[in-house]
Design a protein around this ligand. Structure first.
Ligand code: AMP
Length: 343
């Protein structure tokens, strides 16, 4: 009687925009979800004709489009940084001076620091627009956003699971370090006072309910030490949550399946403090990665994503470690990554 079991029986391999294959998949499956944000709207609509798609496709439409996402958050009174929606280089030229140091981001399709560029008063708007790929507006919605640079103290993320019955479970807060716009390190629990962690969780829960998410919602937050600003939302399992496999009672992937299949949510509590270090293609030396040396570090696990070509900046896998404290887990995962990529 578990719908998840039925999903495992079928495999349909098709292009993301193959609507016939989508309808066939919809007829065979009990639930549909995604862990990839670029599924076309028409594909999700075709699936939704015959099977519940969770989170509902409208959630994805909001979360994957930076302008729509900002509008949603603003209209619901959630805290966000100063920003302006931008429709093209002329619009950018008009608004550039109002924000000072800022980041221009394309609204759709940018990820891992791609499709964004730092910009300041006096920068060349045409060059900045070209640098983000000169995105065109669709349905009258601006195709980029200019965000004032937030001088945050730390970045955290909160992952909420919510069932169709409105039950929720929230993982302990994750603390994240990015390098060049790409997630580099995560530790769990975040090194912030319990009261502030509770505040971050309350904010994430309120956003999850306002969006009516069934499944997982990841809320990325900037923390200036006093208050949180929402950076972005991801309605799916998230890179910062990978460490839950080792560090939490129920991992984010199981929690997602439980939520979408109307099963009771698992306990999200910490088992042991944990840390995660991403492995980019840059960690592959000329003689390949040093797996044996990395795994020799106590309580370390290696996860590889099966990608064949290791390119600079490409996420190839990650390492996790647990320990008696967050800093012990961090020390271990960093030692393991050094050993992995030592040439
Ligand atoms: P994003 O893809 O929007 O999450 O951006 C990737 C990373 O770039 C963030 O996690 C931050 O480290 C940094 N970043 C993005 N937007 C801003 C901002 N407005 N102010 C400061 N740093 C930012």
């Amino acid at each position: 009687n578990c719908p998840a079991a039925a999903v495992a029986d079928h495999q349909i391999v098709a292009g993301y925009d193959d609507l016939d294959a989508a309808r066939e998949l919809g007829r065979r499956a009990d639930r549909i979800t995604f862990e990839f944000e670029n599924a076309p709207e028409s594909t999700l609509a075709a699936l939704a004709e015959s099977v519940p798609v969770r989170p509902r496709p409208e959630v994805l439409e909001i979360c994957r489009h930076r302008v729509r996402e900002k509008r949603f958050l603003h209209e619901h009174g959630f805290p966000i940084g100063r920003h302006a929606a931008i429709s093209g280089p002329d619009d950018l030229a008009r608004k550039l001076d109002s924000l000072g140091l800022a980041i221009l981001k394309r609204a759709l399709g940018g990820y891992d620091g791609k499709g964004q560029v730092r910009i300041d008063r006096g920068s060349d708007p045409n060059a900045a627009w070209t640098a983000i790929g000169a995105p065109t507006s669709v349905d009258g919605v601006e195709s980029a956003v200019l965000e004032q640079f937030v001088p945050f103290k730390r970045e955290v993320s909160v992952i909420v699971a919510r069932g169709a019955d409105d039950r929720t479970a929230v993982f302990p807060v994750f603390q994240n370090d990015h390098t060049g716009g790409i997630l580099d390190l995560t530790r769990m629990p975040a090194e912030i006072p319990p009261q502030r962690a509770a505040e971050a969780c309350e904010l994430a829960l309120a956003i999850t309910r306002a969006l009516d998410v069934v499944g997982l919602l990841t809320v990325e937050l900037f923390d200036d030490g006093h208050r949180f600003l929402v950076n972005e939302l991801a309605p799916r399992p998230h890179n910062s949550g990978h460490v839950t496999i080792e560090a939490a009672t129920t991992c984010q992937f199981e929690q997602h399946v439980r939520a979408l299949c109307d099963l009771p949510l698992g306990c999200p509590d910490l088992v042991r403090p944990g840390a995660m270090a991403n492995l980019l293609g840059d960690c592959w030396g000329t003689d390949g990665p040093h797996v044996v040396e990395a795994l020799a570090v106590s309580e370390v696990r290696l996860h590889l994503y099966g990608k064949t070509a290791a390119r600079a900046g490409r996420k190839m896998g990650h390492l996790t470690a647990v320990g008696a404290t967050t800093s012990e887990a961090m020390g271990r995962v960093l030692r393991a990554r050094d050993a992995f990529s030592d040439s």
